[in-house]
Design a protein around this ligand. Structure first.
Ligand SMILES: Nc1ncnc2c1ncn2[C@@H]1O[C@H](COP(=O)(O)OP(=O)(O)OP(=O)(O)O)[C@@H](O)[C@H]1O
Length: 406
């Protein structure tokens, strides 16, 4: 900082009593001139002091603004990976950097592993992001460890074997695949009627491989997130690479990948863009590491064949309606916690429920339990299943009519 200039000396007026009036007048004039000079000097000093003050207050304004911006500067988005005694481990989106960081005690109470958070430059957690405000969070269902295991799935042994081979093996033994030099299937397409266990299969692989399960429903992309489909597909793959190992599950893929002739709605161009984005993500997918893609449809006939080309959904697995044996197994699974009457014959129920999907058998079981309760019993009998079958069949035909799609 420059020093302030020194003040000019104050002129002295020496009037000798011996002086004549003329001499006094001269001395006074001279003094007056000196005073004027000092005055000029002081006012120029005042001017420059004022100028300096203006400059300084400009500088103060600038610093204040900078301070404000620093206080409100952009925050980074991260995911809380683990809440530990020592702090919170967060993983920053984009660069996947993991850090152990601080969090204020009140935030800490609310914070759970898997939450999205905003962190500042020094990585400390500033806010917990509200998942509901985030289209990405709304459009995608993220499950860190789905609780479905292969044993929960009845009648699909062959499909389980194929899914394990196409999805689980390449994830678990990635190194072996590389060494042998074969590319695992890029994407697996599960096709079959509704409620037959396609989602369960995808969840069970995620569980078995300790992978994050990320589900996106094609129909929602088209209905709910109009104009955002392509971006959300990009986000979907980005999220998966942040959460490796991950299983991407695209349900109802027909909604975004229907044959062009079949989709003549006004949103056609938008749907096309979403599908193109999906194809380009899959085409550029090879080096993406531990991410596998599973899609499901119950409108296989409607699919645009472009998505079935090699390098895309090149492994097709049909998930059919269960046969009698499959139905019996599904009934066994869903009644395992029920208090069944001694005489109850699951094979007989399976024989009488031709055309029932796994989902329908699950609700049949719940309904049977409800009939027992209504009757004041704690034991579920054959007659409860018969009543339940009538109810479920009536509801089905009232709601959807015969299943016409497949
Ligand atoms: N094979 C099965 N074994 C046991 N339970 C089943 C089976 N299939 C379906 N279920 C029951 O039905 C429910 C729905 O199944 P799931 O969501 O996997 O069907 P989906 O084929 O994905 O259906 P959608 O095509 O309608 O999405 C499951 O939560 C489960 O209770």
């Amino acid at each position: 900082m420059s020093r302030s200039p020194s003040l000019p000396d104050r002129p002295r007026l020496d009037l000798d009593p011996e002086m004549s009036p003329e001499e006094r007048l001269d001395a006074l004039r001279e003094h007056f001139i000196k005073l004027e000079q000092v005055n000029d000097e002081l006012s120029s000093q005042l001017d420059s002091a004022e100028e300096r003050r203006d400059n300084l207050s400009g500088e103060v304004d600038r610093l204040e603004r900078e301070n404000e911006t620093l206080k409100t500067s952009s925050l980074y988005i991260a995911t809380a990976e683990e809440v530990t005694e020592e702090g919170v481990i967060v993983k920053q989106h984009g660069n996947n950097q993991e850090v152990l960081t601080e969090v204020s005690p009140n935030l800490r109470e609310e914070l759970e592993a898997g939450d999205r958070v905003a962190i500042n430059d020094s990585f400390s957690v500033q806010t917990l992001l509200d998942a509901e405000t985030d289209a990405r969070a709304q459009a995608m269902q993220v499950d860190h460890s789905p609780d479905v295991v292969y044993e929960d799935i009845g009648g699909l042994d062959e499909q389980i074997r194929e899914v394990r081979e196409a999805v689980e093996e390449p994830l678990v033994n990635a190194e072996q695949f590389r060494e042998v030099g074969i590319d695992p299937p890029s994407g697996v397409l599960l096709h079959g009627p509704p409620g037959t266990g396609k989602t369960m299969l995808a969840k069970a692989v995620a569980n078995e491989t300790d992978a994050t399960f990320i589900k996106m429903a094609g129909s929602e992309l088209v209905r709910k997130f109009i104009g955002e489909g392509a971006r959300l597909v990009r986000d979907l793959f980005e999220l998966a690479s942040e959460r490796e190992p991950a299983i991407i599950f695209i349900d109802e893929i027909d909604a975004i990948a229907a044959k062009r002739t079949e989709s003549k709605t006004s949103g056609d161009a938008e749907v096309q863009r979403t599908m193109m984005q999906l194809l380009s993500e899959m085409d550029g997918f090879e080096d993406r590491g531990e991410i596998r893609i599973i899609a499901a449809t119950n409108r296989f006939d409607m699919l645009d064949r472009a998505i079935l080309r090699p390098g895309r959904f090149d492994r097709l697995i049909e998930v059919p309606e269960p046969d009698a044996e499959g139905r019996e197994r599904i009934l066994e699974i869903h009644t395992s916690d029920l208090n069944l009457a001694e005489e109850l014959d699951l094979a007989a129920i399976a024989a009488e429920t031709e055309g029932f999907s796994g989902a329908e058998l699950a609700s049949l079981t719940t309904e049977a339990g409800m009939f027992a309760i209504r009757d004041g019993r704690t034991e579920v009998r054959m007659e409860d299943f018969e009543d339940a079958r009538e109810k479920v069949t009536d509801e089905e035909s009232a709601e959807t009519g015969p299943i016409a799609f497949y």
